[in-house]
Design a protein around this ligand. Structure first.
Ligand code: GLY
Length: 340
């Protein structure tokens, strides 16, 4: 079970928290050059003071590092330092670091413990909980991976203060997603100021943990977390990844809200509220691509099953539902979202 710690200043307690969980010995801190420059020395100090022996391995920042080569290097790094199953991997960074370090933990010696210390809002509220890990292949994102739950996710929002504003905004798209799928009260907290940040992060994580506790393997309810993502991933891919994940998902959510309204699943007021909030948060809502291109890009996505595609439609703010549709109907939904 993943222990979730959230609080300003909790980073400083990382060593004690690990010790309290009965973890001792070596710690492999997987990070990237940017994050390591900001927080690496501090974490080394924190871990050494608590009696751990930390070893650092940094990858270059960015999605391109989530590949087989870097994965292989992490395996060799762990083996050369004779890491055992009683040692621990700490992922210090955003989604890329969390995904590759989590995947490394899931397969090294057939599985070692991993702790996530997210340093982006998106990683705090999404990728550092739920246990999805993975790396990319030239043929697509996250094509290789495993479900591997962290033993602890340590969220210290003060680590987010070094984030460029645009990267923080990306995470807000996922917060809007949680509000849309099942928590109208979370929607009412948006937009929030820093005094409410812990509450917003904590609520978002609880929603995800709750859903994952009922459907870890993504067979049903967990797919609600894909609201805005089916077309969002396609939009991200079409942009050659120049549109960030959060921005592409924001466009995908706006598109699904409009399609849901056109299909009379939700009221124009609710669709307008969702789109209005994305705008207020500085996220994009207009799609620069046409239906044909988006659909083709989406068909490459691994989540398509046996000719049908599961789309998440909005019935109200706080009430999204899964609709399994034949491809032809999914294409119609996409066109409705683009043309509304
Ligand atoms: N980010 C969606 C999920 O973890 O299922």
């Amino acid at each position: 079970m993943n222990r979730i710690i959230i609080g300003n200043g909790q980073f400083m307690q990382a060593g004690t928290l690990l010790k309290d969980m009965g973890i001792a010995g070596k710690v492999a801190v997987i990070s990237d050059d940017t994050v390591s420059e900001l927080y690496g020395a501090q974490l080394q100090d924190i871990l050494e003071k608590a009696g751990f022996e930390p070893f650092f391995h940094n990858i270059k920042p960015g999605e391109a590092s989530k590949d087989l080569d870097n994965f292989g290097r992490i395996m060799v790094f762990l083996a050369k330092r004779q890491f055992t199953r009683s040692d621990v991997i700490v992922a210090l960074g955003g989604g890329v670091v969390g995904d590759i370090a989590g995947f490394a933990a899931s397969v090294y010696l057939r599985g070692v413990q991993v702790v996530k210390i997210p340093t982006t809002l998106l990683a705090c509220v999404d990728s550092s909980v739920g246990g999805k890990t993975g790396i990319d292949l030239p043929q697509g994102k996250n094509l290789v991976g495993a479900f591997w739950q962290p033993v602890m996710t340590l969220v210290d929002p003060t680590l987010l203060r070094s984030l460029p504003e645009g990267i923080y905004r990306d995470g807000l798209a996922e917060v809007v997603k949680y509000a849309a799928i099942c928590d109208a009260a979370l929607y009412d907290l948006l937009p929030y100021d820093l005094s409410e940040e812990e509450k917003v992060i904590s609520r978002s994580i609880s929603i995800k943990e709750d859903i994952v506790s009922r459907d870890e393997r993504d067979k049903g309810e967990r797919q609600l977390l894909n609201f805005g993502h089916s077309f969002g991933h396609a939009i991200e891919r079409l942009s050659g990844y120049s549109l960030s994940h959060g921005r592409a998902v924001a466009i995908g959510m706006a598109l699904m809200a409009k399609a849901s309204q056109s299909k009379s699943f939700c009221s124009p007021q609710d669709a307008g509220k969702l789109i209005g909030m994305l705008r207020v948060l500085g996220l994009p809502i207009d799609c620069p691509y046409d239906a044909e291109d988006i659909f083709q890009a989406m068909l490459l996505d691994k989540k398509r099953q046996q000719g049908n595609i599961t789309l998440v439609m909005m019935h109200a703010i706080g009430d999204c539902r899964l609709h399994s549709l034949p491809l032809s109907e999914a294409y119609e939904v996409l066109k409705l979202g683009l043309n509304a």
